[in-house]
Design a binder for this molecule. Structure first.
Ligand SMILES: Cc1ncc(COP(=O)(O)O)c(C=O)c1O
Length: 364
């Protein structure tokens, strides 16, 4: 046929997708990549060996479709989460992004709305719009915190079908009190998702929103293996909710959405949860080192209960970002004026970032 290839605008694309830009954090091959809040510590060798054995076993039956109900994996997540949860309260998918997409496919969609307190995780609006729903951005108070009464008033006013509460919040690192979750739940007519992607990096004695599940059939608590579990490349996210809500997600998932290899790898990794989570304390130490050092360099770090730090006081974020890039360090310009976000890496990676930042000076 030949000829000129069509442009996106020329295709019969859904009207509501026109003008949207895809998620696009740069994937540049730099020596120090601290831009997408990964766990930069590899999976320990003994666990990797066990995962390989489990995957090899699963391969023997890969001619068959996998367990559609990923029963063993759901039991593994229930045991890991505790709080008396059982497998009928657990759902999982290829990353918590897909878990959130399932929630939106079931409870969002055309003619409906989803709500979050901006700035928050950039995929919420994208996932919302991709299901045909409308995104409503609420606001935060001083230093990105949310007050219970203010949050409840905003949610009551918007009356959204789905609310996303990111706890702690990406990209700011801000903790979220259970009092806010309770007030938002009481004010919301629809489903309330508490996204605890970074929960394992919060102080040990903090209560999870999982403790609030009993009696709240519209509450969802999502987690991921991508961060604390160092499993981003395997793509495994999960949530806990009332069994009836889990039934709603079965209506929208693709049959056999979790491959036999993913199920085997994730179940094996979960059996080694303490080893997989071994690096969390080390990462929290590097995070706090970043906060203290960028502050000493004259920037303003925000309180973080995650594996990253958002810091302000950057005169020109794009030139500082570029200067770090030129020194082999990739961090994230999340679009907040005068701010940049950096993920806590290994001790050496963190040192490389801090040394590079110090060498740039504030007039980059
Ligand atoms: C708040 C939050 N939720 C969910 C995700 C998605 O994680 P994944 O799809 O890798 O499980 C991320 C990833 O950065 C995140 O920051």
């Amino acid at each position: 046929m030949g000829g000129v290839s069509p442009r996106l605008e020329d295709l019969p694309l859904r009207d509501d997708l026109r003008g949207m830009t895809p998620y696009g954090a740069p994937q540049a091959p730099l020596p120090v990549a601290l831009n997408v809040n990964e766990n930069t510590h590899p999976v320990p060798q003994d666990v990797a060996d066990d995962i390989l054995d489990a995957v090899a076993l699963a391969l023997r039956e890969v001619n068959r479709y996998p367990d559609r109900e990923f029963t063993e994996l759901r039991e593994g997540f229930a045991a890991y989460l505790g709080h008396g949860l059982t497998r009928d309260q657990i759902w999982a998918a290829n990353g918590s992004n897909e878990v959130l997409q399932h929630v939106l496919q079931a409870f969002g969609g055309p003619g409906r709305t989803a709500f979050g307190f901006a700035p928050t995780y950039s995929m919420y609006p994208l996932l919302t719009r991709a299901t045909g729903a409308e995104w409503i951005a609420g606001g935060r108070g001083v230093d990105y915190t949310i007050r219970a009464d203010d949050a409840a008033a905003q949610v009551a006013d918007a009356a959204p079908d789905v609310v996303f509460l990111c706890s702690p919040n990406n990209p700011t690192g801000t903790p979220l009190g259970l009092d806010v979750i309770e007030a938002v739940y009481d004010a919301a007519p629809g489903v309330v998702v508490v996204d605890e992607a970074y929960f394992e990096f919060a102080p040990r004695d903090e209560r999870s929103a999982l403790t609030m599940l009993p009696g709240r059939e519209r509450l969802v608590v999502s987690r991921t293996m991508s961060k604390a579990f160092a499993f981003a490349g395997a793509r495994v996210g999960y949530l806990a909710a009332d069994p009836a809500l889990i039934d709603a997600l079965r209506l929208v998932r693709l049959p056999y959405h979790l491959s036999a290899l993913t199920q085997a790898a994730a179940s094996a990794a979960l059996r080694h949860a303490p080893t997989m989570l071994r690096m969390v304390d080390e990462i929290v130490g590097q995070r706090d080192r970043i906060s203290a050092t960028v502050e000493a360099l004259g920037y303003t770090p925000h309180e973080s209960w995650t594996n990253f730090v958002l810091f302000g006081g950057v005169d020109n974020p794009s030139s500082t970002w570029q200067a770090l890039y030129d020194r082999g360090v990739l961090i994230r310009d999340v679009g907040i004026p005068h701010h940049l976000r950096v993920t806590a890496g290994t001790e050496d990676e963190t040192t490389a970032f801090l040394d590079a930042l110090a060498s740039i000076g504030s007039d980059a």
